[in-house]
Each structure stands twice: as structure tokens, then as C-alpha cells.
Design a protein around this ligand. Structure first.
Ligand code: MRU
Length: 368
């Protein structure tokens, strides 16, 4: 993606110190300041995942895989005990519990580590697997764009090229992935084809990934958009101002329940009530075939109360936080919710568009 006329990915390798380091775009600073952070240890990568310096299901998967490479590099450098890598894998996988991509990617790296080989051989193999994950996730997001873009094009034709209004929640754009995004990838693909579209951007309290990150991305891509409070979507749908909803997914079950940023479920209910198609766009790496019932089987991350208590923003060039809740009030801050399959119109994956059902999930996974 282009930022200030330069092409970026969200994470990249850097060897200027002689060893592997990672550079990441610090998402906690956007949109106020564009800063690149260096990460040279697995502990720093775990902290970056927890603090949401890097975030979004596909990106934390990649970041987790790189965390394993950094850990293996340190073991090789210090001639440390290779057995430690298995404990580290647990620590990395549990940095954030809801998005399945994190464990998926860490497991892929671990599956290729053999204690009968030297630590430096294991480092090389961890890096190879991580690069493969990057390649396949990049391709998946590009294809999600193509398949989802075709859906937007269809709607545009039905509307005789009038503006297609798309509502999205949270940030499932290129910042949440290595590049392209998931929910935003179809929007970018359609915009590139010259389709007339406009995006309603849910602000997405409490971290405001919509108003901060999605708006930042769309501005840089020159895509018409309007930031709205999270509670406006239902009203807009009742007035025919939303043609489709596209969201991402942190974990989609074998029965096609979609777990995504908290508030997604309410948008799906409103969409259902108003006959608005509701799409979940996701790479198949976000599918967890080990569970069916998303509501009862997915661990929903509970985050710090401070995220709800304080609003942060920019004032006079400095990022500041201000209290928005009285001292003494209790806070509950779950980060995700589950949209049952019955409220999802279809899944947009790298392998095509599929029914939001158990058989749709099977087809998405088996299609080549
Ligand atoms: O808490 P976050 O910002 O990591 O949550 C991100 C989301 O909920 C995204 O919609 C999801 O990861 C899909 S991303 C392509």
C-alpha cells in the first residue's frame, strides 16, 4: 500500500545490525504520527502484539511466526537449550487468544523445528516457513480483493453505476494484514476498476480502529468515506443508505460462526432486519475447523479497562489521553463478539465466495 507516496507492507525484515530484526508500522501512533518500530527479540514482538502495535488477525499470525524466528535466532546465538522453543511457542500463541491465525502460524513454524538439528538450521527453517506464510497470506488477501471486488461490481451494475455504499467495522484493511487487507481488499479492487463507491466507517470503540486506521487507509487511497459512530449503522440501513456490509474475521468456525471485533454482531442483526447483504472476508487461515459453536467455544479476549475509560487523540501535535468515565464506575471490555452463521450472507475467501454454512466452509477449504 502507498503511504506518503511510498510502498509499504506492515512488517518487513531488516539485517542492518547483522542479525534478523523486524520493522513494523506502529499502529498505536496512527493516524497522528507515522512511525516505524524495530523489533529484535521475541519478547518485544509479544509485547507489540499485546499492545496492538501490530494487530488484525492475519498480521498477528505473521508477527507470531517472526517472533518464533527471533527466539530461534537468540537460541542459536547463545547456544541455548532448543527445548525452550516449545515454551516460547505457548507464550507467543497466547499473546492474544481470539484470532486463530496466531496459533496457526506459530504451530506451522514449530512443526518444522527438529531438536535433532542445530539451532541455526532450525532458525533457517523457521524463517523459510515464515516467508512462505507471508507469501500465501499476501496472495490470499489479493484474491479476496478480486472475488469480493466482483460482488461490488455486480451491485454497481444493478444500481446502474450509482454509488455503492459499503459499511465496514473495525480495521480489516492492509494494516490488519501484510498488504491489501481482507474486508477492505474488495473495496480497493473495485475502486481500482473505477467503480463508484463510498464506505461507511464505524469508529469502533474503544480502540477506534475504524476512525483511526480504516479512515487513514481510505484517505491515502483516495476512497470516499464517512466516519460514523458505531450506533449509526442501523439507522442508515433503515433508510436504504447501506448496500452491503463487509467485515473481517478473527476466527470462523467449522459451522461458519464468525468472530470479529465487538459490535460486528449488532451490525449483522441490523443488516438481517433490513435485507442488507452481510459478508465476512477472510483468508482460510482464519478458519478453525476444531470448533462449531462460536458463541460458546471461542475465547473472547478481555482487555484493559483503560481502553474504555480514556479517549486518546491529538492535541497541538501531541497524543493525549483524556478520561471519559467517572472514577469508580466498573468497566467491562470484551474485544470481540460472534455473529452466528445464519446472519452471514456469504464468505469471501481467497478460493472464492461461499455459502455461510458448514458445507460452504468445507468447499472454501478444499477449493483450489
Ligand atoms: O483487536 P484488533 O484490532 O486486532 O481486531 C481486528 C479485527 O477485529 C479485524 O476485523 C479482524 O482481525 C479481521 S482483520 C483482517
Amino acid at each position: 500500500m502507498r503511504i506518503f507516496d511510498k510502498n509499504y507492507k506492515t512488517i518487513w525484515e531488516d539485517y542492518s545490525s547483522g542479525l534478523l530484526e523486524l520493522k513494523v508500522i506502529d499502529q498505536t501512533k496512527l493516524p497522528f504520527s507515522f512511525e516505524i518500530k524495530s523489533i529484535s527479540s521475541y519478547q518485544s514482538m509479544v509485547a507489540a502484539i499485546k499492545e496492538m502495535v501490530v494487530r488484525g488477525a492475519p498480521l498477528i499470525g505473521i508477527a507470531g511466526a517472526y517472533a518464533m524466528c527471533l527466539a530461534m535466532q537468540t537460541i542459536a546465538q547463545n547456544r541455548g537449550d532448543q527445548q525452550a522453543i516449545f515454551q516460547i511457542a505457548e507464550e507467543v500463541s497466547s499473546a492474544r487468544p481470539t484470532a486463530v491465525n496466531l496459533k496457526w502460524a506459530v504451530d506451522k513454524v514449530i512443526a518444522n523445528i527438529g531438536t535433532d538439528r542445530s539451532a541455526s538450521e532450525n532458525f533457517t527453517s523457521a524463517l523459510e516457513i515464515t516467508r512462505e506464510i507471508c507469501e500465501s497470506e499476501l496472495k490470499a488477501c489479493r484474491l479476496i480483493g478480486e472475488h469480493g471486488g466482483a460482488l461490488i461490481e455486480e451491485l454497481s451494475l444493478k444500481k446502474n453505476s450509482e454509488t455503492v455504499n459499503i459499511l465496514t467495522h473495525c480495521n480489516a484493511g492492509w494494516l490488519a494484514t501484510l498488504d491489501y487487507g481482507t474486508a477492505l481488499a474488495p473495496i480497493y479492487a473495485a475502486a481500482q476498476k473505477g467503480i463508484n463507491l463510498h464506505v461507511w466507517v464505524d469508529e469502533t470503540r474503544p480502540r477506534n480502529q475504524g476512525s483511526k486506521l480504516t479512515a487513514f487507509e481510505l484517505l491515502h487511497e483516495h476512497i470516499p468515506h464517512t466516519v460514523i459512530v458505531d450506533n449509526l449503522g442501523g439507522h442508515l440501513m433503515q433508510h436504504g443508505l447501506v448496500d452491503m456490509v463487509i467485515v473481517g474475521s478473527d476466527r470462523t468456525t467449522a459451522c461458519c460462526d464468525v468472530c470479529n471485533k465487538v459490535g460486528t454482531y449488532l451490525k449483522a442483526l441490523a443488516a438481517h432486519d433490513n435485507g442488507v447483504p452481510f459478508y465476512a472476508a477472510l483468508p482460510t487461515s482464519s478458519i478453525d475447523t476444531s470448533i462449531c459453536d462460536g458463541i460458546n467455544q471461542i475465547e473472547i479476549e478481555e482487555r484493559a479497562s483503560e481502553e474504555v475509560i480514556y479517549f486518546d487523540g491529538e492535541e497541538d501535535g501531541r497524543i493525549r489521553a483524556v478520561r471519559a468515565v467517572p472514577i469508580g464506575s466498573k468497566i467491562l471490555n470484551y474485544g470481540f463478539d460472534v455473529t452466528p452463521a445464519r446472519l452471514v450472507t456469504s464468505l469471501i475467501t481467497e478460493n472464492g465466495v461461499f455459502d455461510a454454512s458448514e458445507s460452504g466452509i468445507k468447499q472454501a477449504l478444499n477449493a483450489v
